[in-house]
Design a protein around this ligand. Structure first.
Ligand code: GLY
Length: 402
């Protein structure tokens, strides 16, 4: 009897120890998240000061030491307003909200834009967050119109949404990134919009599943289709190291995109695809121990080449959602990796100091190395998905107590 009592006490002591270790690890993450949002509120006021009233921040040019901006048609125009909304949601800083509203006002007209496939990035990251936080029905209308604009690019003969217009380089390019624009369509349909939005989104996802992936579940960047025959004319890249390489941001767009499709459909085909992409990425020998990917998993010169903080923050955010749908063991791994990424991105190696880097949060992203543009610089989407991942971690793994 005495032996049982001692064993029982020892077990209870051990469980209390594990429980309190978990609690302090969660508190540590909560502190890290709170500190990041406080910093973001201060740093984005610097970004605001550097950004003209009719344009959006794009990146920072270290040669001229100046912020680079874009017009509102640039594919990234939704990230700055979206980040402001997330910062406001966390800090309740009214000055940040005022700036978020001002930026929506200059972006709103792009709901009618049909010049590329990026309406999801532009209008859902911005107005989607604004609607979620404020419930303002007018924002829903903007999202609906943007969805209608996006599906004008659907091409029935290839069962896909055309990404970029045809050019001397491409007949009808469809890029893996396009998976990220489908959330806009699925959400709009679910909220009472045209059922065609959902139909187009799922047809596009099926075609991507069929044509974009290699047997190891890495993906090509650009598929150039022949509209007449409806076949793939060429599998190539625009931003990757080679046609056959695994361009990091493309891989994580796919991971995030298929996770979102599963959220809306609960079709295990999409969940399995997301898990297979995750497995390709997380078991790749070229994924560094700190989990911040090089700009391409097959980049020449690894380890002496650039990391891509944007790919890291997108991957962290996607893994945190995928963890919601995975087995306990898979989830623990996905959450642990996302946590590592968030911790590493919060260190001085990756995070700006107040007032530096034009007001961006993160350094060390790569836009297009082959295009010799935006190499090793801050980018709005690195910041956006970093904030989203922090918010997801807090909402799903701290507040809800999982
Ligand atoms: N086209 C989006 C990107 O550069 O990731």
């Amino acid at each position: 009897m005495k032996r049982y009592t001692i064993a029982y006490l020892a077990l209870s002591f051990l469980s209390i120890q594990v429980w309190s270790q978990n609690l302090s690890a969660k508190q540590e993450m909560k502190d890290l998240i709170d500190e990041n949002f406080r910093f973001a509120a201060a740093q984005y006021k610097v970004l605001q000061q550097n950004t003209g009233l009719t344009v959006m921040p794009k990146t920072f040019d270290y040669t001229s030491n100046k912020l680079v901006t874009s017009d509102t048609k640039w594919w990234c125009s939704g990230f700055y307003p979206g980040s402001l909304w997330m910062i406001y949601e966390h800090t309740k800083d009214e000055a940040i909200k005022k700036e978020a509203l001002a930026r929506l006002a200059i972006l709103e007209k792009e709901q009618h834009y049909t010049g590329n496939h990026d309406l999801g990035f532009m209008m859902f990251c911005s107005f989607g967050n604004a609607y979620r936080i404020t419930g303002n029905e007018a924002y829903k209308e903007v999202i609906n119109t943007a969805a209608a604009s996006l599906i004008t690019r659907y091409r029935p003969s290839i069962q896909s949404i055309q990404s970029w217009d045809s050019s001397s380089n491409f007949k009808c390019p469809v890029i893996i990134d396009n998976m990220m624009n489908l959330e806009l369509l699925l959400w709009a349909s679910e909220q009472g919009g045209d059922p065609k939005f959902k139909e187009v989104a799922l047809t596009h996802a099926q075609t991507t599943l069929k044509n974009h992936f290699r047997p190891d579940y890495s993906s090509f960047h650009v598929l150039d289709y022949d509209l007449k025959s409806g076949t793939v004319a060429r599998k190539t890249t625009a931003q990757g190291a080679a046609d056959s390489s695994a361009w990091s941001r493309g891989q994580v767009w796919g991971l995030y995109g298929f996770t979102v499709i599963y959220r809306f459909t609960k079709d295990p085909t999409y969940l399995n695809q997301a898990k297979r992409i995750a497995s390709f990425l997380l078991n790749h020998p070229n994924l560094p121990n700190d989990k911040i990917p090089y700009w391409d998993f097959n980049a020449p010169g690894i380890p002496n080449t650039y990391r891509d903080a944007s790919a890291a923050s997108i991957m962290a955010s996607a893994l945190l959602e995928l963890a919601q749908y995975a087995t306990k063991k898979e989830s623990a791994n996905y959450i642990a990796i996302a946590e590592t990424i968030l911790r590493v991105l919060s260190t001085d190696t990756y995070r700006s100091k107040l007032g530096e880097n034009g007001g961006f949060l993160l350094k060390h992203s790569v836009g297009s190395l082959p295009g010799k543009s935006e190499i090793d610089v801050p980018l709005t989407y690195a910041d956006y998905y970093f904030l989203e991942a922090l918010q997801r971690y807090e909402n799903w793994y701290i507040v809800s107590g999982k």
